[in-house]
Write a protein that binds this ligand. Structure first.
Ligand code: ZN
Length: 389
């Protein structure tokens, strides 16, 4: 399979593939390399020009005793399903994305992290084999080396696919957790939460179109296709709250919460962690459902009020799509501590810890993580007082 890689990304890609090739040759595996076409020039209607090359990954998909390596599955959990690393030019049937870590050879399902999908080259039948059974199954003394090689090949294919997008060298195998959570929140708002378990069950019942929220979010970010799921300022706000909550969890006993905390403290998400990270939003919501709302709403919706507001927190969101505005989120407290929020696309350079006399319209009354909030708009700042403590 040939990929169309912008010229600007070629050097980056070659460097990354070179590192993989070095590892492979150390193990005595067949070489991994790229074939590149000459520069191809595409002229656009506006007179601009794109230069690209066609690139293909070269590497033999390993075959042992008639079994071809197709993919390595890294099991994350019942809800998260598998991380799948597919060897280039091989096709992994979708059902393996959500298969439990079973071994078709010894016919057991137990807690093993990694399994391999191999295909009988004579009849096309797929087999899932536990890593500990590979040797017996394939009749090869060092199948783990072959498996490792298969994984490098699949990594090479992912790199090429990544370089194909215009993002190129700025391509991240990691995304900021806040961005990931904001997009998760937007996706849940639009489509509802779909765990990998639910997606798997739907698949088993013949409904093929249902994607797990975590996979949707990862793909939107990785392929830079957000479309109608652009997070709102509220999604970004929720993302910050979720990240803070998870990062501050006191020494969790459960593995699940432990993982959430670790991810929040890291502040970024890679593909392996996407399932956990996406579930962080609903875990947060569950944890806060039980709380009785705090504070009171102020004024009548549409009414105009004059308030003394202490600016407690100020935040700017970075839009995913550069054509979208940045949002400035100002979180205030009135003189008795009720929450007041103003979200705007212009930076008013207000200072945290200061009290502002504000005349504003009540836009809406909402509730956020158990706190009643009054959202305002069209504020007029009447004067500035220093906060007294
Ligand atoms: Zn087995």
């Amino acid at each position: 399979m040939k990929f169309r890689i912008p010229l600007d990304n070629i050097e980056w890609l070659q460097e990354r593939i070179g590192k993989l090739a070095k590892k492979a040759s150390k193990l005595g595996c067949p070489p991994i390399s790229l074939t590149l076409s000459e520069n191809l020039v595409e002229e656009h209607e506006d007179g601009s020009v794109s230069i690209y090359r066609l690139v293909e990954v070269v590497g033999e998909a390993p075959v042992l005793n008639g079994w071809a390596f197709v993919a390595r599955l890294h099991y994350l959990g019942a809800d998260e399903g598998n991380l799948v690393l597919v060897v280039p030019n091989q096709i992994l049937p979708e059902e393996f994305r959500v298969r439990p870590p079973q071994c078709d050879y010894c016919e057991t399902t137990r807690m093993r992290k990694d399994t391999f999908v191999v295909q009988d080259t004579s009849n096309g039948i797929y087999f899932q084999v536990g890593s500990d059974c590979l040797r017996d199954f394939l009749g090869h003394p060092h199948p783990e080396q072959v498996a490792q090689y298969a994984e490098w090949l699949s990594t090479a294919a992912e790199l090429v696919r990544a370089a194909e997008t215009q993002i190129g060298p700025a391509y991240q195998e990691r995304f900021s957790l806040e961005l990931f959570l904001a997009l998760t929140s937007a996706t849940i708002r639009k489509d509802g939460w779909v765990s990998r378990k639910k997606a798997r069950e739907a698949y088993e019942n013949g409904a093929k179109g249902l994607s797990a929220t975590a996979d949707m979010v990862w793909h939107m970010l990785a392929e830079d296709k957000i479309r109608e799921y652009i997070p709102s300022p509220q999604d970004h706000e929720l993302a910050v709250m979720v990240e803070v909550w998870a990062g501050d969890l006191p020494e969790p006993v459960e593995d699940y919460l432990w993982n959430l905390r670790a991810i929040a403290q890291a502040g970024w998400v890679d593909r392996r962690m996407a399932g956990f990270a996406a579930s962080m939003v609903s875990a947060y919501q569950r944890a806060h459902q039980a709380l009785t709302p705090q504070g009171e709403w102020i004024g009548e919706i549409g009414g105009r009020l004059t308030l003394a507001l202490l600016l407690k927190q100020f935040k700017v969101t970075e839009p995913i799509d550069p054509s979208q505005p940045r949002w400035y989120i100002y979180k205030f407290a009135d003189d008795v501590g009720n929450a007041v929020t103003w979200i705007t696309s212009c930076n008013r350079r207000l200072e945290e810890g200061r009290v502002y006399q504000v005349k504003a319209t009540v836009k809406k009354h909402s509730e956020f993580r158990g706190v009643r909030e009054t959202c305002i708009n069209r504020p007029v700042f009447l004067g500035v007082n220093l906060a007294n403590g």
